[in-house]
Design a protein around this ligand. Structure first.
Ligand SMILES: [Zn+2]
Length: 243
């Protein structure tokens, strides 16, 4: 908490233990109790430091919900931390794709409705829709930058790899119509060349594009929710992406 206050983080996450799906049920219970006690200590220290920070921007503190694949543990964690004075909640843990939606739904049925719910560590398009559908408001993931280091870029028609020889003389942008810096200024051919020459700039440019792609997709999803067309938008977007 002290380090987070010193670096001025806008949103801090309370200390938690990330278990794996292989840990025993008994270990998950012990671990959950440890995370609950850490949450209390984080809140105490955060409030103590906040009162010393008069006149500086407010920093938000989110509690982290663990409990692995166990419904009773997830719901208990949400009730325990939901009763604490957090600004929002992060749903954490090693989640399997098949039960991602179910676990996010259990948590969001228990967590306070007036506080943001963040899902830690996802970003593939189908996971984002699953999370949104089950009540998650925000997300984070290293995926757009991690795949960019291997020259993979997102488009509405799916994910492609720029290392292929067919991009050598492809002078179009990564994605037609994209408004990001990389697409406005550089061609596929040039970024392909940078990747082949092992220039770090290729990963930087593709990361800028991939981040923009994900943010735009979530912006469009918000518009679809407001227009009452979420399920149509989801079906169309995923059909095009995973065709
Ligand atoms: Zn772009």
């Amino acid at each position: 908490m002290q380090v987070q206050h010193q670096i001025g983080a806008d949103i801090m996450f309370a200390f938690d233990e990330l278990t794996t799906l292989q840990n025993s049920r008994g270990y998950q219970e012990e671990s959950l109790e440890r995370t609950r006690l850490w949450a209390l200590r984080c809140i105490d220290e955060h409030f103590r430091l906040t009162t010393e920070r008069v006149g500086k921007p407010y920093q938000a503190l989110f509690g982290v919900i663990q409990g692995a694949q166990y419904e009773d543990l997830r719901r208990k964690a949400c009730r325990d931390l939901g009763a604490m004075d957090f600004d929002g909640y992060g749903i954490g843990g090693a989640l399997e794709k098949e039960n991602l939606g179910t676990i996010v739904r259990w948590c969001n049925e228990e967590l306070p409705e007036n506080k943001p719910r963040h899902l830690l560590g996802i970003s593939e398009p189908d996971d984002i829709f699953t999370a949104i559908e089950n009540g998650a408001d925000t997300f984070d993931c290293v995926s757009p930058t991690r795949v960019a280091r291997n020259s993979a870029f997102y488009t509405p028609a799916g994910r492609f790899n720029l290392s292929g020889a067919k991009y050598k003389r492809d002078f179009g942008p990564l994605q037609d119509g994209c408004d990001c810096y990389a697409c406005a200024n550089y061609s596929r051919a040039y970024i392909h060349h940078l990747f082949k020459a092992k220039e770090m700039l290729s990963a930087t440019l593709i990361s800028i594009h991939n981040e923009r792609f994900v943010v735009k997709m979530v912006d469009d999803t918000r518009l679809a929710i407001e227009a009452g067309t979420f399920f149509e938008f989801k079906a169309e977007t995923l059909a095009q992406y995973y065709r």
